[in-house]
Design a protein around this ligand. Structure first.
Ligand code: NOJ
Length: 888
C-alpha cells in the first residue's frame, strides 16, 4: 500500500492516496466462493494475520517485514512478505506486481524522508510526505491506520477481513459420491473439508457448463478498507449506477445485495441501477467529504468485488472534528492476486454496407448542415470477418472513399477485434500460428474459441513480439484500402468469447510469461488497445500522428491509448439517464475520454428520445451516434422537422465549443482532471452536491449543463453549487440562483439547459463549418497538436488582458509552421456578459505587439433579469500575442 498527501488538481486539497497491490494474491470468485469469502469475515474467531516484530526493517521510505498467517488448525503458519512503500509523490503502496508496469506511469519515487517516529511491542508510527501524515501500523492483528493531523482517514484491516489465500499443494481426495440426478453445479451443497472449510471450489470449479481447472489452486486476496468520516465514495467504473456509490449489503431500500464486480465482460443488454460488471474496470475509489478527499487504488487485474457499507460513527461525535459522522467501509476481494478530430461528432452504425453508402451519408450530413468528423465501419466491412481486409464486392474503392472524406478533413474508423478467424487462405491467422503469438489453453496449445468469425484464435497482446507483429499488420502496404485518415475501433476485447465461461476466456488459459488468464483478465483489453495504439503510431516512419483508438474493455492506464464508450445500451429514456453518471464516474477514475452510444444501441428511439440524446451527447467527451444492425436507419438528417433542426443545433453547439473541449482535454492530459466534472469535484465543500450526478461542468469553462433525460419533460431542475452569478447561456439572462438550491428553468424540446457561471472566460468558434478540420484557422483557438497557444484571459475592472497561461516568454515559443500560420489569426470580438456601466462607451483601446489602436463597442443596458452586456468588435489582436483592451 502507499500512503501520502497529494494535491488534487483544481480546488481539491488534502488528498491522501493509497494504492494497494498484492503480488501473489490472485484467485477467481464465482458466486459460491464469493459467498464463502464474504462470510469469512464473520467466521474468523481470531485475527490470523500478525506482523512479526522481529522481521521489521525500515529504510529509504520502505517498511518491510513478514506477516505470519496462522492456519485454522493453529499449529502451522504461513509467512507472507510485506512491503509498505511511502512515496514522494504522495501515494503509498503495498507490494508490487506486473499490473503496475501497465497501469501506473511515474510517481513511484520513494519518500526517503519518511521515518519511524515511535515503536513498541504493539506497533509503530511512520511519519511521511509531510509532517501531518502518519501511518500507525499495528502488529497483531496486523492493521494500518493512515492519519492526517492526528485524525484517521483510511484504515486497512480495521475489521480484520484481510484474507490471503496462500499457495498450497493439491492433496487428492476421493471424489465425493454423487447422488442420482445431482448436477455438479454451484447450487449443489458444498462438500466441506475436515475442519469445516468448504474446499469444493479450490482446485477446479464448474460454472455455467465451463470447468475452470485452477491448477494453481485458490489464491484470493481480500482486505477491508474503512474511510473514517466519509459518507460518500465514488469511482470503480464501469457500472450502470449512481456516481455516489450505494451500499451493497443490508436489506434497506436502495441497497444492492451484491458487491460491485470488476471483471471485464461482453454483457448482453446490461441492466441499469446495478453493481453488475460491464466492459471495463478501473479499481480506483475516491472517498470525499467537505474539505478532504482520500483515494485507494487496488492494483489487481483479476476478478474483483467491492462491498460498500456505511455506518454512523459510535460514541464520540466530535472525534472527527466537525466532519460528517458517517464512515464508509469497503471490502475488496480479488480472485488472484492529444487529439483533435476525435472531439467532434462521430457517425456510426452496424453497418454502413458499402463505400457508396459511406459517401451517401457523408453527402447527406453536409446537405443537412450537420457537422461531423468521423464515419465508422463496423464488422461487416470485412471479407467474412477477416480483419485487415475489405469486402471487395461492397467496398470496391476504399481508397477513393477515404479520399472523399479527406476533402472535408474527415476520418474513417474501421473496427479491428482481437479474435482472428481460424480458416485457410487467411495470411493473418497463418502468421499468428507460425509465429506462436496466440493465447494458449491450459494444455499450452493454441486456444480456439468462437466469436463473430466463428472459430477464432486470440492475439496474446501481453507478448511484446505479438505487438511487433500487430504493428506490421497496420502498415499501409499491409492493410490495403486504408490511408492516413483511417483510425481504429477495438471491440470485444474483454475478451468476448461466445462459447467461453461468462462469454469470456477460460481462466486457466495461458499468456506470455506463463501468466494464467485469471491473473491478468482485466488487463487484457488494455494490452490489446495498447498494441493497436502502438501499431497506428508506427504505421509509417516519420509520420507525426496522434492515433485515435476506441476501446470497449479498459483498465487503469487505458486513458493513454484513446477513448472508451459504455457499450451496448438501449434506446430507452432510462439508458439516456444512466449515461451521464457513468461518464462522470469514468472521469473521476482517470479515463475521462468517455461516451455512450447516442440514440441507444439496441432498439429504435422515438424521435423525442433521439433528439434529447443528441442534446445530451453534445456534452459527452466522446460523442458518437451508433445503432445495432437490426435497428432502423437513424442518421440525424433523417429526422423529421422540427427535430432535424434541433439536432443540427446541438451538433453545431458542440462544434462552436470545440476550443473549450480542447482545453478541457488538455487539462485532463496534463493533470488528470475530469473533462466533464461532477459537483463534488468542482465544489468539494458543498455536501448537498456530493450525490448530484445528472448535471456537469465542462472542464473549467464554468458551463453548467443539465441534459433533459425524461420523456415529455419541459423544465429542468438545476442544483446550484455556489453563490456565483449564473447566466443563461443562450439569452444572457441573470438567473435568480442561490447556493445549494435548485433552480428550475424552462427546457422545451428545442432547449438544452446550460448556465454560464460568472468568473470564467471560454473560447468559442461561431462560424458553422462541416467538420472540425475546416474550423482550423477560424478565430479563437487555444490548443492544437504539437505546438499550442494557451492563453489566460482576465477581465479586471475596465481592462481585459491576454497573457501566456504558462508564463512562457514570447521568444521562448519557437514559431514552427503551425505557429506561423496562426500569426494572422486574431481575436475578432469579445462579449462581456454582465458588463459594468464603465463599458457603456463607444470605443476601447487595444494594445498588442507594440501597437495601440481603437475598437468599437456596443453596450446594451440590462433591465430586470436582463443583464447588461458589451460587445467589443474588430479587436484585431493576434490570438498568440499578449494584448490589453482598455476602456478609455
Ligand atoms: C459489440 C459492440 O458493443 C457494438 O457496438 C458493435 O456494433 C458490435 N459489437 C458489432 O461489432
Amino acid at each position: 500500500m502507499w500512503s501520502s498527501p497529494r494535491a488534487m488538481p483544481s480546488s481539491w486539497s488534502n488528498l491522501v492516496c493509497l494504492l494497494v497491490a498484492f503480488s501473489y494474491l490472485f484467485t477467481p470468485i464465482p458466486k459460491s466462493r464469493l459467498r464463502r469469502l464474504r462470510l469469512r469475515r464473520r467466521t474468523h474467531l481470531g485475527r490470523p494475520y500478525a506482523l512479526h516484530a522481529d522481521t521489521i526493517s525500515f529504510k529509504d521510505g520502505q517498511l518491510q517485514g513478514t506477516i505470519l498467517k496462522s492456519l485454522d488448525d493453529g499449529a502451522e503458519s504461513v509467512r507472507l512478505p510485506l512491503t509498505v512503500s511511502f512515496l514522494a509523490s504522495g501515494a503509498a503502496r503495498e507490494r508490487y506486481n506486473e499490473v503496475e508496469k501497465l497501469a501506473i506511469v511515474g510517481g513511484t519515487t520513494l519518500d526517503k524522508e519518511a521515518k519511524v517516529t515511535s515503536q513498541d511491542a504493539h506497533g509503530l508510527v511512520v511519519q511521511y510526505g509531510a509532517t501531518q501524515y502518519e501511518a500507525h501500523v499495528k502488529f497483531d492483528p496486523f492493521s494500518v491506520d493512515f492519519k492526517r493531523d492526528g485524525v484517521s482517514q483510511v484504515k486497512f484491516n480495521d475489521k480484520g477481513w484481510l484474507n490471503v489465500e496462500h499457495w498450497r499443494a493439491k492433496v487428492d481426495k476421493p471424489e465425493p459420491e454423487k447422488k442420482e440426478g445431482e448436477e455438479n453445479n454451484e447450487s449443489a451443497a458444498p462438500p466441506e473439508g475436515d475442519k469445516g472449510v468448504d474446499e469444493s471450489t479450490w482446485w477446479d470449479e464448474t460454472f455455467g457448463g465451463n470447468t475452470d481447472s485452477k491448477t494453481r489452486g485458490p489464491e484470493s486476496v481480500a482486505l477491508d478498507i474503512t474511510f473514517s468520516g466519509y459518507s460518500h465514495v465514488f469511482g470503480i467504473p464501469s457500472h450502470a449506477t449512481s456516481l455516489s456509490l450505494k451500499e451493497t449489503r443490508g436489506r434497506e431500500e436502495g441497497h444492492y445485495s451484491e458487491p460491485y464486480r470488476m471483471y471485464n465482460l461482453d454483457v448482453f443488454e446490461y441492466i441499469l441501477d446495478s453493481p453488475m460488471t460491464l466492459y471495463g474496470s478501473i479499481p480506483l475509489m475516491h472517498a470525499h467529504r467537505k474539505d478532504s478527499t482520500v483515494a485507494v487504488f487496488w492494483l489487481n487485474a483479476a476478478e474483483t468485488w467491492v462491498d460498500v457499507t456505511k455506518h454512523k460513527n459510535a460514541a464520540n461525535p466530535n472525534a472527527l472534528g466537525a466532519h460528517d459522522r458517517t464512515s464508509t467501509s469497503t471490502h475488496w476481494i480479488s480472485e488472484s492476486g492529444l487529439l483533435d478530430f476525435a472531439l467532434g461528432y462521430h457517425q456510426c452504425r452496424w453497418n454502413y454496407v458499402s463505400d457508396d453508402d459511406v459517401k451517401d451519408v457523408n453527402r447527406k450530413m453536409d446537405k443537412a448542415g450537420m457537422p461531423y468528423d468521423v464515419i465508422w465501419l463496423d464488422i461487416e466491412y470485412t471479407e467474412e470477418k477477416k480483419y485487415f481486409t475489405f469486402d471487395k464486392d461492397m467496398f470496391v474503392d476504399p481508397i477513393g472513399m477515404g479520399e472523399t472524406l479527406d476533402k472535408e478533413g474527415r476520418k474513417l474508423v474501421t473496427i479491428i477485434d482481437p479474435h482472428i478467424k481460424n480458416t485457410n487462405d487467411y495470411p493473418v491467422v497463418a502468421e499468428l500460428k507460425d509465429k506462436d503469438l496466440a493465447v494458449k489453453n491450459k494444455e499450452a496449445k493454441i486456444f480456439d474459441g468462437w466469436c463473430w468469425p466463428g472459430s477464432s484464435h486470440w492475439i496474446d497482446s501481453f507478448n511484446p513480439a505479438a505487438i511487433d507483429w500487430w504493428k506490421s499488420l497496420f502498415k499501409y502496404s499491409s492493410f490495403l484500402g486504408t490511408r492516413e485518415n483511417t483510425f481504429v475501433w477495438n471491440d470485444m476485447n474483454e475478451p468476448s468469447v461466445f462459447n467461453g465461461p461468462e462469454t469470456t476466456m477460460p481462466k486457466d488459459n495461458l499468456h506470455h510469461g506463463d501468466w494464467e488468464h485469471r491473473d491478468v483478465h482485466n488487463l487484457m483489453g488494455m494490452t490489446f488497445h495498447n498494441a493497436t495504439y502502438q501499431a497506428l503510431l508506427s504505421r509509417k516512419s516519420g509520420e507525426l500522428r496522434r492515433p485515435f483508438v476506441l476501446t470497449r474493455a479498459f483498465y487503469a492506464g487505458s486513458q493513454r491509448f484513446g477513448a472508451m464508450w459504455t457499450g451496448d445500451n438501449q434506446a430507452s429514456w432510462e439508458h439516456l439517464g444512466a449515461a451521464v453518471p457513468m461518464i462522470l464516474s469514468q472521469g473521476i477514475a482517470g479515463f475521462p475520454f468517455a461516451g455512450a452510444d447516442v440514440g441507444g444501441f439496441f432498439g429504435n428511439p422515438d424521435i423525442d428520445l433521439q433528439t434529447r440524446w443528441y442534446q445530451s451527447g453534445a456534452f459527452y467527451p466522446f460523442f458518437r451516434g451508433h445503432a445495432h444492425i437490426d435497428a432502423r436507419r437513424r442518421e440525424p438528417y433523417l429526422a423529421p422537422e422540427p427535430h432535424k433542426t434541433i439536432i443540427a443545433s446541438a451538433l453545431r453547439l458542440r462544434y462552436s465549443l470545440l476550443p473549450a473541449w480542447y482545453t478541457a482535454f488538455f487539462h485532463a492530459h496534463r493533470d488528470g482532471s475530469p473533462i466533464v466534472r461532477p459537483m463534488y469535484w468542482t465544489h468539494p465543500s458543498e455536501e448537498a452536491g456530493f450525490a448530484v450526478d445528472d448535471q456537469l461542468f465542462v472542464g473549467s469553462t464554468g458551463l453548467l449543463v443539465k441534459p433533459v433525460v425524461e420523456k415529455d419533460k419541459v423544465t429542468a431542475d438545476i442544483y446550484i453549487p455556489d453563490d456565483e452569478v449564473y447566466y443563461d447561456y443562450f439569452t444572457y439572462d441573470t438567473l435568480p440562483t442561490k447556493k445549494a438550491q435548485t433552480l428550475t428553468v424552462d427546457a422545451p424540446l428545442e432547449h438544452i439547459p446550460i448556465l454560464m457561471r460568472g468568473g470564467h472566460i471560454f473560447p468559442r468558434r461561431d462560424t458553422p463549418r462541416r467538420s472540425s478540420a475546416l474550423q482550423r484557422f477560424d478565430d479563437y483557438t487555444l490548443v492544437i497538436s504539437g505546438q499550442y497557444i494557451y492563453r489566460r484571459f482576465a477581465l479586471e475592472g475596465d481592462a481585459i488582458t491576454s497573457v501566456d497561461a504558462e508564463g512562457r516568454a514570447a521568444k521562448s515559443v519557437r514559431p514552427g509552421a503551425w505557429m506561423k500560420q496562426m500569426k494572422d489569426v486574431a481575436v475578432d470580438k469579445i462579449v462581456i456578459v454582465g458588463a459594468p456601466a464603465s463599458w457603456d462607451t463607444k470605443e476601447v483601446e487595444v494594445t498588442s505587439a507594440g501597437k495601440t489602436w481603437t475598437a468599437p463597442v456596443k453596450y446594451v443596458k440590462g433591465k430586470g433579469s436582463k443583464t447588461s452586456f458589451a460587445v467589443v468588435g474588430r479587436v484585431g489582436a493576434a490570438i498568440g500575442e499578449d494584448f490589453t483592451v482598455k476602456v478609455l
